[in-house]
Design a protein. Structure first.
Length: 368
């Protein structure tokens, strides 16, 4: 009988927690399905999504459950993979200062969300902390005298002081997006700009005096401009609708109790990133230790690296003057000249302050 394996994702990395050999995987799957709302226990040939909720330590904890069919060497059996995501409102960061943004990025971000209109755009891959940053930004500006609406699919965290629209079969994402224009909002959060329809609505909201928050999947900040342009949004609309684009990643933090100066065999990798030989010789560039009782393999917790592309008059002019293609390199050059840290520069700063390792930054920025 194949064992049923349980994994936890700790600081972004999957870690084997338990192997169960005495019960069939089908039985364990059935138990999870029985306790999950919105799934069919007897359905094993298609993907299913549902949720559970439990009172734990006098607090309501919600669990999002995703189930997909998988194959194995035992072809006559039908196995499933189950992923459970814990949604605990107590873990929401409501204080923007606790995000740990670097000085200029934090200053430009606060300046952007303090305006009465414009788009605040967060970009990055799945699991890069975009939703966490958006929640902190909303909590920073929510007041009783402003109408805050959110359109998310699904709604993960309940935001105090906001009206959150629930998407369903009869109330689609596109319908909700169109409806909010008639609902007198001051601030709108659109979970994701996924196509020209949502892009046009976000632009229209921003240009009609609304502060608009959303996310997009791109590698860095300048490429987000190209992505929306390729969706069909005109350059002059992009230039004047967007306040700031923040591209971010989450990286693991070194354990302060067992981190050690980087070993000489890893110096070439560090030098290749931009760390100087003098910095390496100083003993202030660290790598993960072997692990201790306070950490997970030399790391504990996570922190962001980010680039914050604030739309100055020079950036807006560069976008408007673009031809058939957005000149990302020129935008990047202008913004870096105005003090923006690229993702790599942000990562190098985290290395130099002893927060993370060369290998973490190499991995996090490998696609850029």
């Amino acid at each position: 009988m194949l064992p049923y394996q349980f994994f936890f994702r700790i600081d972004g990395k999957l870690t084997l927690w338990h192997r169960h050999d005495r019960t069939s995987p089908e039985a364990i799957s059935a138990v999870v399905k029985d306790r999950t709302v919105g799934v069919d226990r007897f359905e094993r040939d298609t993907a299913q999504d549902g949720f559970m909720q439990r009172i734990i330590d006098d607090h309501l904890i919600r669990f999002r459950v995703s189930i997909i069919p998988i194959t194995s060497s035992e072809y006559e059996r039908r196995f499933e993979s189950i992923v459970i995501r814990i949604v605990d409102d107590r873990n929401v960061i409501s204080n923007l200062r606790k995000l740990g943004l670097q000085t200029k990025a934090e200053s430009d971000f606060i300046k952007s969300i303090s305006k009465s209109k414009g788009i605040i755009l967060l970009t990055g891959p799945t699991g890069s902390g975009k939703s966490t940053t958006l929640m902190a930004a909303l909590y920073h500006i929510i007041k009783p005298d402003i109408n805050v609406l959110t359109v998310e699919d699904p709604v993960e965290y309940h935001i105090k002081g906001a009206r959150q629209l629930k998407i369903g079969n009869r109330f689609t994402f596109e319908t909700a997006i169109r409806s909010i224009l008639r609902h007198d909002p001051d601030v709108v959060m659109v979970g994701e700009i996924r196509d020209k329809i949502t892009a046009d609505i976000a632009i229209k909201l921003a240009n009609t005096g609304h502060l608009t928050f959303s996310t997009l999947h791109t590698n860095d900040a300048p490429s987000a401009i190209s992505r929306m342009y390729k969706m069909g949004v005109e350059t002059f609309l992009l230039a004047y609708a967007i306040n700031i684009i923040i591209a971010q990643r989450l990286i693991r933090k070194l354990c302060n109790d067992c981190k050690r100066p980087i070993s000489k065999e890893k110096w070439p990798e560090a030098l290749n990133l931009g760390i100087t030989e003098e910095e390496l010789e100083s003993g202030k560039i660290f790598e993960a230790g072997k692990g201790c009782k306070k950490c997970n393999g030399g790391y504990k917790g996570r922190i962001n690296i980010c680039e914050a592309l604030y739309f100055t008059p020079e950036i807006r002019r560069a976008i408007i003057e673009s031809g058939e293609e957005i000149d990302e390199d020129n935008i990047r050059k202008i913004s870096k000249g105005q003090g923006m840290l690229s993702l790599m520069d942000s990562g190098l700063d985290r290395i130099r302050t002893g927060m993370t390792s060369v290998s973490e930054i190499t991995y996090a920025t490998s696609e850029d």
